[in-house]
Design a protein around this ligand. Sequence first.
Ligand SMILES: *Cc1c(COP(=O)(O)O)cnc(C)c1O
Length: 355
Amino acid sequence: MKKHNFSAGPCVLPQSVLEKAAAAVTNFNGLDLSLIEISHRSKDVVEVMNTARELALEHLGLQNKGYQALFLQGGASLEFLMVAYNLLDKKAAYLNTGTWATKAIKEAKMFGELVEVASSKDKNFNYIPKNYTIPEDADYYHCTTNNTIFGTQINEIPETTVPIASDMSSDIFSRMIDYSKFDLIYAGAQKNMGPAGTTLVVVKEDMLGKVEREIPSMLDYRVHIGKDSMFNTPPVFAVYVSMLTLQWLKDLGGVSAIEKINEAKATLLYSEIDINPLFKGFVENPKDRSKMNATFNLTDESVKERFDALCKQAGVHGINGHRSVGGYRASMYNALPLESVEVLVEVMSELERTS
Ligand SMILES: *Cc1c(COP(=O)(O)O)cnc(C)c1O
């Protein structure tokens, strides 16, 4: 039986998607050829790329609004610098909410003046800073909507006239927010959309072409847009699996439908963390808690061995916390079934009953 996969990334994907992907590796679209051995210029593969790009915009409600969707390589980590390369002319404003935001800041600093508008580093990133000022003359403001490692999530997008760029690697397509507030969104596929190997970038075209510097072709969003995201050989398999996941999401009823399931999963797990005396949440303000990655600790380390053993017995996989936080982290991405959370919660309450 398949384990309950709470991994933070690469993450759980729908079983039906895995099966379709496996079949396409041996025989794609009845062509008697593998998806991964045919030309990326062939009609069937071009269609995969176009469908994936359209579905991404459709799920975000950004069709026909001046946005382009691209499937690039290099991970979200390459976007840390690509965003700045393409958008940072003089000054950029960044919110520092964790490891990934810190890395994004480090890269962007190479391209111009960087203002850190606020940081939650003083408390090991266990909260989302609020009431900070975004300089009006910034080329853009950058935030990480969900902090995968620390388990915090931004629930209020600041009101500003400055364009917003955002790393949504770990919560894209998980909730209904007004995505049109963002001018650029990027997300590594392996958290909530597909396998590692591709990164979705959604960018408003009128943001581009405003910087003075020359941009190398592979790092220039306009070049990728001009070639319909096929400037060079795209990661065909990763895009295909992402497309299947986006279709799965559409069949389910889209982002609004998955949001309800995600709320149910998060409510169930956080209630257990709050009522069970053996556990304590890492993020104290419930408003800042991530619905994707729940971070928590044991209050009594002496039960750790037994908790780990119970988890293993129940098929609960991947809940060890990141080394910078410790404790546990249960990731509840779109494809994680509610039943998996029920199993974890049952293990947590069994631990209490038998302590
Ligand atoms: C995982 C993650 C990254 C890094 O993604 P790569 O694709 O490995 O470069 C960046 N930002 C966030 C929020 C993440 O969760």
